[in-house]
Design a binder for this molecule. Structure first.
Ligand code: GN1
Ligand code: MG
Length: 371
């Protein structure tokens, strides 16, 4: 391995997993905005290595403990034929630990599932259905999981009021002098009072599930041969939450024709065929375990996630890019504008989104009548 490229910390970590770094190949893996992830290939095993971002995950060991609990639960659900996907467990170090501290860094390793690929953009309705089915299967399989045993990794993670408050706080300080540049986007956020009230109203009525909370399309592994979804990955933010959050994040990452940092936002279009496929498959994945109100909330979630993540990108931009990894100075601002555009497009078409829900309900009734 080229030690100059990855540094001696990585070599020390690899050694802790019983592998000789001098005969290993290390490459960067995925496009996560928080943790640093590597694929380690060695003659005796291949595995995924991750440095947990402790600025974001203040209680990083709890991330590891949660992942362990969820993995054990899913492995036994799979053994009982109650979970069709694979679970990606964490490897033990040579000392039998599930993580390793090197200096003030915390690292963990995950099993590498061979013959799989991830996707950054959905290219067919079938792929969208698969993704929604897989995330629904994930939450369904965890329906009897004792959610109280999970640590709340990031409090208020998907609380819009809280995220707007964080924006208000940072605009008071304007620590790096970027506010004047993005005042238009700040005003836009603070003007969304009707939608913010709608979110608060529905949130107070929804039941909690163990949700994934980061259902980006690239958090699924697909099989090279069958092209089917094989595993849900990145359990870092698995916590009690609402179905509308997981559904909304899928819509956010599947239904735009642009990536989340695409700049040409005047060319953005919502892919309604993908939206309809996600909606149908996600609802179907829960069978009778989704209430009519939860179904209705999915339409709110579809607008909420682009808006809320836009608020988070904008807050981080004004704050000087302390949270999300960025590749250039205005990256977070570009992301925020992109997400607000998607939110605006979805918000303007909410009647059409509701039509898809209605069509799905009617389909249900026809099926019931026929059964
Ligand atoms: C972060 O790092 P990654 O890609 O797994 C973020 C998500 C955002 C996403 C935006 C802990 O996820 O909430 O939706 O970036 N994760 C955390 O791409 O904040
Ligand atoms: Mg994540």
């Amino acid at each position: 391995m080229d030690s100059t490229a990855y540094g001696s910390a990585l070599e020390l970590v690899i050694l802790q997993y019983g592998v000789d770094p001098s005969v290993s190949q290390v490459s960067q893996l995925g496009n996560g905005l928080i943790n640093s992830t590597y694929l380690v290939k060695s003659p005796n095993k291949n595995f995924v290595l991750q440095k947990i971002n402790q600025g974001v995950f203040k209680q990083a060991k709890q991330v590891i403990a949660n992942a362990e609990l969820i993995d054990q639960y899913l492995v036994s659900a799979k053994a009982r034929n109650e979970y069709p996907l694979s679970s990606v467990g964490q490897l033990e170090t040579i000392n039998g630990e599930k993580s390793i501290e090197i200096g003030c860094e915390l690292w963990r390793a995950l099993y590498f599932i061979p013959n799989c690929y991830t996707i950054e953009a959905v290219d067919s309705v079938g792929q969208a259905s698969q993704a929604a089915t897989a995330f629904a299967q994930f939450t369904s399989a965890l329906s009897a999981f004792p959610a109280k045993e999970l640590s709340v990794i990031i409090p208020n993670f998907h609380n819009l009021q809280f995220r707007l408050q964080q924006l208000q706080d940072v605009i008071q300080r304007d620590p790096v002098g970027r506010l004047s540049r993005c005042q238009a986007q700040v005003d836009f956020c603070l003007e969304q009072k009707k939608f913010t009230a709608e979110v608060a109203a529905i949130s107070s009525q929804l039941p909690l599930h163990v949700t994934h909370n980061d259902t980006k399309i690239n958090n699924l592994l697909f099989c090279n041969e069958t092209k089917q979804a094989v595993a849900v990955i990145d359990l870092d933010t698995c916590m009690p939450g609402f179905l509308m959050h997981d559904f909304g994040d899928m819509v956010r990452t599947c239904c735009s024709n642009l990536p989340e940092d695409g700049k040409n936002i005047e060319d953005m279009e919502v892919r309604f065929d993908i939206f309809s496929a996600l909606l149908q498959a996600y609802i179907a994945g829960f069978g009778s375990n989704i209430t009519p109100q939860e179904k209705q909330s999915l339409i709110v979630g579809a607008q909420l996630l682009p808006f809320m993540i836009g608020v988070r990108f904008l807050t981080d931009y004004i704050n000087g890019d302390n949270y999300f990894h960025t590749q250039y100075d205005e990256h977070n601002w570009v992301r925020a504008k992109n997400q607000f555009q998607l939110y605006s497009l979805l918000n303007a078409e909410v009647d059409q989104l509701n039509q898809y829900l209605l069509a799905d309900n009617e389909l249900d009734q026809v099926e019931l009548a026929g059964s």
